[in-house]
Design a protein around this ligand. Structure first.
Ligand code: KIV
Ligand code: NA
Length: 273
């Protein structure tokens, strides 16, 4: 089936097969992810994973638009969701709509993601009522790293009720799905049972309606740190380093370029290959 997946399709997948989601930031990776996933997220994690920022706070709307455009070109089927970055939506519903409309218009995404629960309910309602499908993001919200005091497990003890209220609020406000980040399994299970929209877990157990990971984490391309919830399916970073080291050694020893990579004569006039 090559019909593009829509936000309502995702919403109505609750209770069916698990939703498979990954981030992507570039066209070639988007092309691969598109063949296997339901949702492709251009996450603001792009700032840390590709741009070397130490948190997501420095990510700009222009960065999200540029990576959104690249990913859009690689997709045929998966739903494209793009993160609204820190500072682009928190002032209020009007600011959020203005910037969501830029993401949708310029990057061609069909939905946006914003971090927040009860505090963002009015914004989610405003956007949803005006043609902007919203994926919410609760539990650990990395844009709030400074108020949270780090990237710790969320929802311990009394804090569980806060996150349950956040889940109920974003559902009531019209979000079509919600990312649930870094919470204990019993809480994820309870929230997934309590709300009518799909929960997409990251560090939130298999009890969720779907899973998402940062693609560079699972590929072993981003290795600065490795949360417990990441499973490495490949070690492409190590593979890339070995390839670069081999190239450097070959150049130093004049083993590269070798005969097969050399234009030995000018006899084939006009050859460009
Ligand atoms: O920015 C991101 O990649 C995300 C996902 C990990 C949910 O928000
Ligand atoms: Na994000």
């Amino acid at each position: 089936d090559t019909k593009a997946i829509t936000p309502p399709d995702i919403r109505f997948r609750k209770g069916q097969a698990p939703l498979v989601c990954l981030t992507a930031y570039t066209a070639p990776i988007a092309k691969l992810v598109d063949r296997h996933c339901d949702i492709v997220l251009v996450g603001d994690s792009v700032g840390m994973v590709l741009h070397g920022l130490s948190s997501t706070l420095g990510v700009t709307l222009d960065m999200m638009i540029m990576h959104g455009q690249a990913v859009r070109r690689g997709l045929k089927r998966a739903l494209l969701v793009v993160d609204l970055p820190f500072g682009s939506y928190e002032e209020g519903p009007e600011q959020a709509f203005r910037n969501a409309a830029r993401l949708m218009g310029e990057a061609g995404c069909a939905a946006v993601k914003i971090e927040g629960g009860e505090n963002m309910a009015a914004t989610i309602r405003f956007l949803t009522a005006r043609g902007v499908p919203v994926m919410a993001h609760i539990g650990l919200t990395p844009q709030a790293v400074n108020t949270l005091g780090g990237y710790r497990l969320q929802g311990r003890g009394d804090d569980a009720d806060r996150i349950r209220r956040d889940a109920a609020s974003v559902t009531d406000a019209g979000a079509f799905s919600v990312v649930l980040e870094k919470v204990p399994e019993p809480l994820a299970r309870r929230i997934t049972a309590e709300i009518a929209i799909p929960t997409i877990g990251i560090g939130a157990s298999p009890a969720c309606d779907g899973q998402i990971l940062v693609v560079d984490d699972l590929l072993g391309m981003f290795t600065d740190f490795r949360p417990k919830f990441v499973k490495r399916y490949a070690e492409l970073g190590a593979g890339a380093e070995a390839a670069i080291a081999a190239y450097a050694a070959d150049v130093r020893e004049r083993r590269f370029p070798s005969a097969e990579h050399v234009y030995a004569t000018a006899s084939k006039a006009g050859e460009v290959a």
